[in-house]
Design a protein around this ligand. Sequence first.
Ligand code: LAG
Ligand code: CA
Length: 465
Amino acid sequence: YKDPHFRGDRNTIVHLFEWKWDDIASECENFLQHKGYAGVQVSPPNENLIIEGRPWWERYQPVSYLLITRSGNESSFKNMAKRCNAVGVRIYVDAVINHMSAENGIGTAGSVANATYKYFPGVPYGPNDFNEPCEITNYDDNVNARNCELVGLKDLDQGKQYVRDKIVEFMNHLIDLGVAGFRMDAARHIWPPNLKEIYSRLKNLNTQYGFPESARPFIYQEVSNMDRDYANLGTLVEFKYGRSLSNVFRGNDKLKWLVNWGPGWGLLDGLDAVAFIDNHDTQREQNGQSLTYKSAKQYKMAIAFMLAHPYGTTRIMSSYAFTDSNKGPPADNKGNIISPGFNSDDTCTNGWICEHRWREIYDMVEFRNVVAGTSIENWWSNDDQQIAFCRGNKGFIVFTNWGDVERDLQTCLPPGIYCDVISGKLVGGNCTGKSVTVKRDGKAFIKLGALEFNGMLAIHAKSKA
Ligand code: LAG
Ligand code: CA
C-alpha cells in the first residue's frame, strides 16, 4: 500500500482541487505528461450534499456512492482515468468514508439525505449503520475521536460488516475504473483494524490500465498526529513537513539547519510519508503556518526545496483564487464549475491559480525526475541563510533567503555550460535565463541575488547547453 505505482521516473501528485473530470483528462494529455507529473489527486467523486452557496466543503458531506458530482458523472470519470493512464498519469481518489452528511437535503445525484434520522437511501444506509451520536471534543482521545461526530458529520460504524461491505464495494468500483490509490479522508477518525480489513479486501489495480499484476492500491491517510497504527497500514500525509519548511522559508529559521531535513526534524520516515507544503485545508487556516500561492516567492522556494530533496512522495496543491475560505470553485450562476482557461505562458485564467503550471514549479518536477535515485552530496551553507547541494552528479541547486550568493560552489556536474531552469530554460542550445559554467573540477561561479525574482538557481543533466 506504500507504492504509488508511478510510471518510470515520474514523480509528484498534483491535487487538482475541484477540477472537472473532462478538464483533468485534457490536462493529463496536454500538460501533465509532458512536464513529468506522475499523478493527480481528484476531489471526492461520489455524490455529496448540495449546500447553499456551493462551498467547496460540501464535497466532504457524502450522500451516496454514486459517481455524480459537480466534477462529472461516472462515464466522464471513467474516460478521465482511461485517458490519464494512457499517457502514464495516475489517478488518486479522495475517499470520504468516515461519515455521511451532517444536514438533511438532496445530493448531487438527486438522492435524499435524511441526516436527522440517518437514512441515506442512495447507499442505502440506515440508523443502525452509524455510531451513537456524540460530538468530537478531544482529538487525542481515540474513542472520542473515532466514535463521535466530526463537526456534526454523521459517523459511520465501520465496525459493522455491512458498512465495510459498502465501502469496499465503492472503492473496488473505482479500482475497476482505473484508479491507482486513495487519499483516506479523516483516517484518524476511523479505527485502524477496520481500515486494515477494508484495505485487505480491495482488489489489485486494474491491469487493463497498465498496472503490473498484483499491484496493491496506494494508500495515503489523513492523520494529523503521527501514529504507528496507521503507518503500518499505508502511508500518511506528513503535516509537519509543510509547516516546518514554511517556517524556514518565511525566515523564522535558518536554511543551514535543513542539513538534516527528514526524520532529524521529527518527520516520519520518507517511505511512509506524502510530503506537501500546503493542502486545501491548511491554505485556508486563519494565521496558517503553511506558505501558499499568496506568498509566491517564498512558496516557490519551499516547493523547489521539497522537489530537490529526496524525502517522501511529493504532492503539489493546485488551487483557485479565494479570499473567503468557504468559497467554492469558479462557477456560473447555475452552479456549474467553470473550466480553467490557459494563457500563452501556461498559466491559468477564469479564477484558477494552477500552481502546477507555474514554470519554476514544473521545472523542478523535471529536476526531480532527472535526479531520481541519487542522494544529496556536497551540502554547502554559508552558516546562515544560504545553502546549496548536489543530487549525485545529475543536479545542483542553490537557495538564498538572505544576502547575495557570489562565489564558486561545487556542482558535482561534468564540465560544460548549463542553463538555470529557474530564471529560464534551454532553448535550441541557448539559455533564455542565466547560464552556469561548470569547470573541470566541477566548480562553478554562482550569482544569486537575495532580491531577485526567485530565491533559487538550479541546473541538471538535461539543462546542459
Ligand atoms: C478532512 N480531512 O480529514 C478534509 O480534508 C476536510 O476538508 C473536511 O472538512 C474533513 N476532513 C471532513 O471530511 C471540511 C471542512 C469543514 C466542513 C466539512 C464538511 O473543512 O469546515 O464542515 O468539510 O463539509 C462544515 C462546516 C461545519 C459544520 C459541518 C457540518 O464548516 O461548521 O459543522 O459542515 O454541517
Ligand atoms: Ca468515525
